[in-house]
Design a protein around this ligand. Structure first.
Ligand SMILES: *[C@@H]1O[C@H](CO)[C@@H](O)[C@H](O)[C@H]1NC(C)=O
Length: 274
């Protein structure tokens, strides 16, 4: 008779040249979010620290990283509401007369296969916190045309995370018609969404780079990258277990590029430096 609960540790070590593994017992209810700090290599080669938090009670994951230019990028996955929120806090260049920082929020539909479940994320531990991690897989970049505004005061009806995450971006929360259609079918109230003035008719609206007048509306562009995130669970086989079991993660990197309407060209000043 074999011992029922012996972990197959040697097998795991052999099968996985993995830096991270799923260890430990499930967290108790009310234990609060689990946090993991990892050092990651950005697409441009620089190293930064990334914080990943998972809250299995709220069924959500959040990720935050600071880019070398000071921009704070955050990503929140709300599995309960099928919502993901990207936020960028972009530092202004004070010597150019820009404000201290500018916040942007992009809200889109979360699909199940984009990132590992929150309960698996909450169990992630790393063996070597000093190691610099590089994603195993670079996923295809995504272009998103953000053509609808989200009303901040109604945002809680879409996701309870929106208020916290997008506080600094009350006038700059964007989403897409195709995502809105999905959420409306899920029963989200339509008062959350507002049409943008020009409905982003790209043909008529000039790109901000081509607009000289800082008071004119234009189509702005912003891209960000999630440098390292657990995108899939890995399964191992063991002679001691009847079925494959979760024994690690696969890490991914992915870039997102957003087009959106700004009422004034001066709200899109980073486009100048391109
Ligand atoms: C947001 O929604 C509230 C409540 O429906 C409304 O009073 C307010 O005018 C809306 N804000 C904007 C900017 O449309």
């Amino acid at each position: 008779m074999r011992p029922p609960c012996r972990p197959a540790v040697p097998t795991v070590r052999l099968l996985l040249p993995l830096l991270l593994s799923l260890l430990g017992a499930p967290r108790g209810v009310g234990a609060g979010p689990a946090e993991l700090r990892v050092r990651v290599r950005l697409p441009d080669g620089q190293v930064t620290e990334e914080t990943l938090q998972a809250d299995s009670d709220a069924d959500s994951i959040s990720l935050e990283l600071r880019k070398p230019d000071g921009t704070l990028v955050s990503f929140t996955a709300d599995f309960k509401k099928d919502v993901k929120i990207f936020r960028a806090l972009i530092l202004g260049e004070l010597e150019k007369g820009q404000s201290q920082f500018q916040a942007l929020c992009f809200v889109t539909r979360l699909h199940r296969n984009e990132i590992i479940p929150s309960e698996a994320m909450a169990k992630l531990r790393q063996k070597n916190p000093r190691a610099v991690r590089q994603a195993e897989e670079v996923r295809a970049p995504e272009q998103l045309h953000m053509d609808i505004a989200v009303n901040f005061s109604q945002g809680g009806l879409l996701s309870p995370h929106l208020h916290n995450v997008c506080t600094e971006a009350t006038d700059a929360i964007y989403t897409r018609q195709e995502d809105v259609r999905f959420w409306l079918e899920q029963g989200v109230d339509s008062s959350v969404f507002e049409a943008l003035p020009e409905a982003m008719e790209q043909a008529e609206l000039s790109h901000c780079r081509q607009v000289g007048d800082r008071g004119k509306p234009c189509a702005c562009h912003y891209s960000l990258s999630l440098a390292w995130y657990p995108c899939m669970l890995k399964y191992c086989h063991s002679r001691e277990r009847p079925a494959p079991y979760k024994c690690g993660i696969r890490s991914c990197q992915k870039s997102y590029s957003f087009d959106f309407y700004v009422p004034q060209r001066q709200l899109c000043l980073w486009d100048e430096d391109l």
